[in-house]
Design a protein around this ligand. Structure first.
Ligand SMILES: *[C@@H]1O[C@H](CO)[C@@H](O)[C@H](O)[C@H]1NC(C)=O
Ligand SMILES: *[C@@H]1O[C@H](CO)[C@@H](O)[C@H](O)[C@H]1NC(C)=O
Ligand SMILES: *[C@@H]1O[C@H](CO)[C@@H](O)[C@H](O)[C@H]1NC(C)=O
Ligand SMILES: *[C@@H]1O[C@H](CO)[C@@H](O)[C@H](O)[C@H]1NC(C)=O
Ligand SMILES: *[C@@H]1O[C@H](CO)[C@@H](O)[C@H](O)[C@H]1NC(C)=O
Ligand SMILES: *[C@@H]1O[C@H](CO)[C@@H](O)[C@H](O)[C@H]1NC(C)=O
Ligand SMILES: *[C@@H]1O[C@H](CO)[C@@H](O)[C@H](O)[C@H]1NC(C)=O
Ligand SMILES: *[C@@H]1O[C@H](CO)[C@@H](O)[C@H](O)[C@H]1NC(C)=O
Ligand SMILES: *[C@@H]1O[C@H](CO)[C@@H](O)[C@H](O)[C@H]1NC(C)=O
Ligand SMILES: *[C@@H]1O[C@H](CO)[C@@H](O)[C@H](O)[C@H]1NC(C)=O
Ligand SMILES: *[C@@H]1O[C@H](CO)[C@@H](O)[C@H](O)[C@H]1NC(C)=O
Ligand SMILES: *[C@@H]1O[C@H](CO)[C@@H](O)[C@H](O)[C@H]1NC(C)=O
Length: 791
């Protein structure tokens, strides 16, 4: 517990919510809800914390079966002949009848594959007898796991972390007297074919392929180092491929490295869409060997320097009115109930950032549905990428919380995995000669086409939703070189595709351009003019129009198209935000998705230009009330944190907090991982989404693109608006009174820190405008209720 002193006055004790801990071990029957996860973006490790026969569940993010590794003719689901001839008929039917189907565009998706677990590291200390003083913890600021216990009169301490600088996970056992004999092993249960496990020079290698004929090659290596032992000591048992360290040492280290021959840069036509890189064996050996030459303290200090530089860019400190910091966090989360506990909310907020740092690092894949932590060979939904809310939610608040540098995996994944196959899909299914498209569900092998009759998978506007994140990365960082090289090509390719798909509305004949066919994520009919699509396209076209010169060809097209685009904001017969251009919404339809509110949150096409229009905000509230609290339809965690963020955007603090608390009550396991419908499977989206929902309560920072475009159209050449208005603490719950936050990044690149009083009204702030580009707006700050504040 820390005490914060402001101007000599003692204020509320703030929660030191920076670690997860428990006074009992996790459980190997339920690893995913009890073990604490470690990761360096590429490698994942979950120590269970069992004193005697410890197991550490291991992952490497690229380990997938399926794709070209099982079928060299793999096409990403794309057909071998164009199906686009069907589109005019599909459109005509829909314009005639209002709704229709896209059956003629369906595809097969053989060899889609699945993410899967790599194996177990086993660490057997023998029978420990009775242990006492047990405690295990995961420090979210340092990314270090620790467990300790007493057996006889010996204290044993085990520490672990996954290092980004050294690309290994490190596990250390230490005792204040003498460690027992320890047997280390690597195992997995694959039998088709069974991997080879060998031991040489105190180093165990597990080497295998995912399928008998072709298969992805994977290799894991565990190298044991015994400081102080004779350099000639060979503890390998060749028969069972284990390392057996005799008793009597004070310290034993293990270095874990792993890799596969997956290579996303080979996911294009020039490389035959092979996705195949080099056999990982040599690289893994080299990585493990060079890390094993370093001392534990050198490995740890490099890790700490790297990790703390990321975790430390931001800090949220909420009060701890219930003195929860004294209780095991596993119990606190397990027994959490409404109305809530600020300590737990702070903890899960920190954990969301921790999990992102641990699963998204330059060179890794972006976080999948499970981040990168699975204990299963067939995780739910293939542990894939769902891009109709889930992959996006993982990135909701990374820019605002100082983790923008860690978004590289997303851009690389889009560029290397989606764009090449997605350009084919655009042509083969939609007859688009430029741009690219992808549908909701994606593997790591360029699956961009539709699936069969899986309506939820056949959602083609994922590309525009991801372009929103590319825009935000630029808006928060002002990194013009990045935008030029990476961001703009993503936005432009998506816009080119959608421009080719807009058609004159032949249902209402109102002179607008609509998307036909379209469908809302996982909900409702196939129809035309889905408002969700039009919100996304309004946003995308506006972004492109405010960042490119008018001489650009695409710019010219977009400036002609945007004024005719059918609106994404339509208020319907019962004062709701319509989900489709036809007023088909059913009152009290409690569907989990809030697609028609995309433009309110996380999008901006409604919330930035229309947030002060009461007709609009009342319609948002009506829609939210109608959709229920998120328990009704599958009780998912992500649906609740999305609702929370939407309520926060309305300044409906009580509802925003209640939804956040409801998510925590219903959807989080004892180790803090979020559980899809309240029980396994684990799905990481709500863990990440908590961060976004909390940020929406803390800061309101509009996307100025709409105002800039207006300004440009009204004669201003630069499209510059006068002031960037930022509201600090628009929806801070009463329970969080007296808290503070530091390091919040705002649009334009500045960073703000602030504190608030017992009522949640901000009363102190500090602004660092660094990073703001030439010609941007002045920044001014406001607080709850509308008063101005000087930062
Ligand atoms: C371990 O988990 C299983 C399955 O969830 C449960 O049945 C068992 O009681 C747990 N054991 C302990 C010691 O918590
Ligand atoms: C094209 O794909 C279809 C369906 O998968 C298959 O039946 C057909 O044989 C393929 N044709 C060619 C020329 O490969
Ligand atoms: C699907 O739409 C097509 C026109 O695109 C139509 O021919 C077909 O009958 C429709 N199928 C169903 C089940 O409505
Ligand atoms: C509209 O749907 C009906 C069936 O409900 C079908 O008979 C008709 O052909 C459809 N219209 C068009 C233009 O395809
Ligand atoms: C190890 O430390 C514990 C206290 O942490 C103590 O009880 C025990 O006597 C110590 N053992 C040795 C051999 O120093
Ligand atoms: C890891 O160990 C647990 C407990 O023995 C076992 O259930 C699981 O199948 C193992 N996982 C792998 C990937 O070998
Ligand atoms: C395992 O080793 C055997 C014998 O050297 C070899 O035939 C087999 O291909 C190896 N398996 C893998 C997966 O490399
Ligand atoms: C492996 O063999 C060694 C030496 O024969 C033995 O001490 C150890 O218990 C064995 N380990 C396992 C897991 O069978
Ligand atoms: C508020 O929004 C409604 C619905 O979009 C619109 O009809 C009305 O003109 C807006 N009011 C103002 C003042 O902009
Ligand atoms: C039904 O939806 C309306 C909004 O249209 C809302 O006010 C009402 O509370 C909802 N009723 C139930 C039972 O959820
Ligand atoms: C959520 O909504 C359901 C269904 O309307 C209701 O039974 C439940 O009490 C609500 N939960 C909370 C915490 O408001
Ligand atoms: C929320 O409150 C802030 C500060 O008073 C205000 O600027 C903003 O317009 C409000 N938003 C809504 C939707 O009421």
């Amino acid at each position: 517990m820390r005490l914060t002193v402001v101007s000599g006055l003692l204020v509320l004790p703030l929660a030191a919510a920076k670690s997860l801990w428990s006074d009992s071990p996790g459980n190997y029957s339920s690893i995913i809800t009890t073990a604490f996860p470690l990761g360096n973006g590429r490698l994942g490790a979950m120590p269970i914390g069992l004193p005697g026969k410890e197991i550490v569940n291991l992952n490497v993010d690229s380990l997938w079966r399926g794709g070209p590794f099982e079928n060299p003719a793999y096409t990403g689901g794309n057909p071998n002949v164009s199906k686009a001839d069907a589109l005019p008929g599909i459109r005509e039917w829909i314009f005639q009848n209002g709704t229709g189907n896209v059956t003629a565009l369906y595809g097969d998706f053989p060899d889609y594959g699945s993410y899967q677990v790599l194996g177990n590291l086993t660490i057997d200390l023998g029978d420990m007898g009775a242990v006492s003083n047990y405690r295990r913890s995961l420090d979210l600021e340092s990314g270090v796991y620790l467990d300790q216990f007493k057996t006889g009169n010996v204290d044993i301490t085990r520490e672990a972390f996954c290092s980004f600088p050294d690309q290994v996970c490190v596990y250390r056992l230490a005792s204040n007297r003498s460690l027992p004999a320890i047997t280390f092993g690597l195992e997995n249960q694959l039998s088709s074919p069974t991997p080879n496990v060998t031991c040489q020079g105190n180093s165990i290698s597990l080497y295998g392929v995912t399928a008998p004929t072709i298969g992805m090659i994977y290799n894991a290596r565990a190298t044991v180092v015994v400081p102080g032992a004779k350099s000639s000591s060979n503890y390998c048992s060749p028969n069972n491929a284990t390392v057996n360290v005799p008793k009597g040492h004070r310290e034993v280290l293990l270095i874990f490295a792993a890799g596969t021959d997956y290579d996303a840069s080979k996911g294009n036509a020039a490389a035959g869409f092979s996705f195949r890189g080099e056999d990982p064996y040599r690289q893994v050996l080299q990585t493990a060997t060079s890390a094993a030459k370093k001392s534990y303290s050198a490995l740890k200090s490099a890790h700490l320097k790297d990790f703390q530089a990321l975790s430390g860019t931001f800090e949220l400190s909420l009060p701890d009115p219930n003195n929860s910091s004294s209780k095991p966090t596993t119990e606190l989360i397990n027994s959490y109930t409404l109305p809530g506990d600020p300590f737990v909310e702070n903890l899960l907020f920190d954990y969301g950032r921790y999990l992102f740092i641990s699963s998204s690092r330059p060179g890794s894949l972006p976080p999948n549905l499970q981040g990168l932590w699975t204990e299963s060979y067939s995780p739910a939904w293939s542990g894939d990428y769902h891009a109709n809310i889930n992959l996006q939610m993982a990135h909701w608040a990374v820019e605002q919380t100082g983790l923008g540098d860690l978004t590289e995996p997303l851009w690389r994944y889009i560029t290397e995995t989606w764009m090449p196959r997605g350009a084919e899909t655009a042509e083969l299914l939609y007859g688009a000669s430029s741009g690219w498209v992808t549908h909701d569900e994606m593997n790591t092998f360029g699956h961009t086409a539709m699936k069969n009759d899986a309506q939820w998978a056949n959602y083609p506007v994922s590309n525009a939703w991801l372009a929103h994140h590319a825009w935000d990365h630029f808006d928060y960082t002002q990194d013009a070189a990045w935008y030029e090289e990476t961001g703009y090509p993503i936005l432009a390719g998506v816009a080119e595709f959608w421009v080719s798909q807009l058609v004159a509305d032949e249902y209402f004949h109102d002179g607008t351009l609509v998307v036909n066919p379209c469908n809302s994520p996982e909900h409702g009919p196939t129809t035309f003019g889905c408002t969700h699509y039009h919100q996304l396209l309004t946003e995308l076209f506006t972004h492109l129009l405010t960042t490119r010169p008018k001489t650009n060809t695409l710019h010219t097209t977009l400036s002609k198209t945007l004024p005719h685009l059918s609106p994404g904001l339509i208020i319907g017969s019962w004062s709701q935000i319509q989900e489709w251009k036809l007023d088909l919404d059913t009152r009290n339809d409690t569907h989990r998705h809030l697609s028609n509110l995309y433009g309110w949150y996380p999008g901006s096409s409604i919330s930035s230009p229309h947030a002060t229009n009461r007709t609009v905000t009342d319609a948002i509230a009506t829609t939210l009330y109608s959709r229920g609290n998120g328990t009704e339809d599958q009780n998912t965690g992500w649906a609740k944190v999305w609702r929370s963020a939407c309520w926060a955007g309305l300044n409906e603090t009580v509802n925003a907090y209640a939804e956040l608390a409801l998510a925590v009550q219903e959807n989080f396991g004892p180790n803090g991982l979020s559980l899809y419908g309240g029980s396994v499977p684990f799905q990481a989206d709500a863990n990440f989404g908590v961060v976004g929902a909390v940020l929406e309560m803390l800061v309101r920072d509009k996307d100025l693109s709409y105002a800039r475009l207006d300004a440009a159209q009204n004669g201003g050449v630069g499209g510059k608006v006068q002031v960037q208005e930022i509201v600090l603490g628009p929806a801070i719950p009463e329970a969080w009174g007296g808290g503070q936050v530091s390091g919040v990044r705002v649009r334009g690149g500045g960073r703000v820190s602030f504190r608030w009083d017992a009522e949640g009204v901000v009363d102190w702030c500090e602004f660092e405008g660094a990073g703001r580009g030439e010609g941007l707006e002045e920044v001014s700050f406001f607080v709850k209720g509308g008063g101005a504040i000087q930062c």
